[in-house]
Structures are given as C-alpha cells and as structure tokens.
Design a binder for this molecule. Structure first.
Ligand SMILES: *[C@@H]1O[C@H](CO)[C@@H](O)[C@H](O)[C@H]1NC(C)=O
Length: 187
C-alpha cells in the first residue's frame, strides 16, 4: 500500500519535472483574435495583362493534370481601377478525373495597410463558388487558421474573373520575438 502511494508520488514528481524541463509538456493557454475581411481576387486568363500561365498542358476535354502558375491581384473592389491590396501567388492543378476540378494552393501576400508583408497560406478545390482553407500564415498573421468563402461576382469566361473573398481567420496572439530556441537534441 505504502509502496503504491510512493510509486504514484514519484510518478507525479517525475511528470512535474518533465513538464518543467521540457517546454513540449507545458500547456500554455492560447489567446487568439478573430479577423473578418472582404476583398476581391482578379484572375486574368488571357490578353496582354494575363496573370497566369499554363505550365503543363494535358489532353483535351477534362485536361486531367493541367497545371497553371498564377500571380493574381487582391483588390479592394471588383473593378479594373481598384486599389491593389496584395497578390495571390501559386498554382492550380486540374485534379479531377471525371469533371473539371481545380486544386489550388497559394500564398496571399499583403502589400498595403496593417498586414503589409504578412501572408496567409491557402489551399482547396476551386469551383466558381466555394471555400478554401487557411492553413497558416506569417508575420502579423503567423499561425493563422480559417476559411475563405469565395464566389465569382463578375467576369467573362476564359478572359477574366473577379472573385469576392470573405475571409474569417483566427490569429493566435503568440510572441515570436521573445523566448529562446532549444537545440534539437536538448528537447
Ligand atoms: C460575403 O458576405 C456578405 C455579407 O457581408 C454576403 O452578402 C456575400 O454573399 C458573401 N460573399 C461570399 C462569397 O460568401
């Protein structure tokens, strides 16, 4: 009986010591702030100002595997004279063997206002209307998680499109500037 109590007590003490020595075992509470913003994504498929390029052309009809590199603009309005907020840089791949179904992954890089230099990392299927996942971010948007609801609100097929983006993201209020880094083998 005494042995069992002693074993339990020493187990507790070792867990306590482990949690003090190893930051991985500590569970800090995480605060986060919610951001909701709206903007527009301008895709120009063809013409002198096109902002995408086919890097792999597949067989006609459904074009499975067709890959496109893009550098789309993020705008404050769905109009040609709108202000550029940032850019969406990445690729989309026709990844559906039956129907059209583009899979996109890209970085949204902000170049105006409060989030200048910060990014969202985004991925998901890209029908005309749908939802992407925000799987991460950097700088002011470090470790972001969220969704982007999107819908084409203006455009001409095979020429250009304006997608409205409704962004809902949670940004943990972590301090990246403070705290020290432990060498890999010391963890
Ligand atoms: C974005 O939100 C507005 C409401 O603020 C709504 O009217 C609009 O349909 C939404 N757009 C998308 C693409 O979800």
């Amino acid at each position: 009986m005494a042995d069992a109590r002693l074993a339990l007590a020493s187990l507790f003490v070792s867990i306590l010591m482990l949690s003090m020595a190893h930051p991985f075992f500590a569970c800090p509470t995480r605060c986060e702030s919610e951001i909701k913003m709206q903007m527009y994504l301008h895709q120009v498929v063809s013409g002198p100002t096109h902002n995408q390029e086919v890097v792999f052309k597949s067989t006609p009809t459904i074009e499975f595997g067709r890959t496109v590199a893009f550098d789309y603009t993020l705008l404050d309005a769905p109009t040609p004279d709108a202000k550029i907020i940032g850019r969406a840089k990445g690729t989309h791949v026709q990844a559906d063997q039956v129907n059209a179904g583009d899979f996109s992954h890209f970085s949204m890089i902000f170049q105006q206002g409060r989030f200048t230099g910060s990014t969202f990392q985004v991925m998901g299927m890209t029908p005309p209307n749908g939802v992407w996942a925000i799987v991460g971010g950097t700088n002011e948007l470090a470790m972001a998680q969220g969704i982007i609801q999107f819908a084409i609100v203006k455009g001409t097929p095979n020429v250009e499109s304006y997608r409205e983006l409704n962004i809902t993201a949670f940004i943990p209020t972590v301090s990246i500037a403070t705290g020290s880094f432990v060498q890999y083998f010391d963890i």
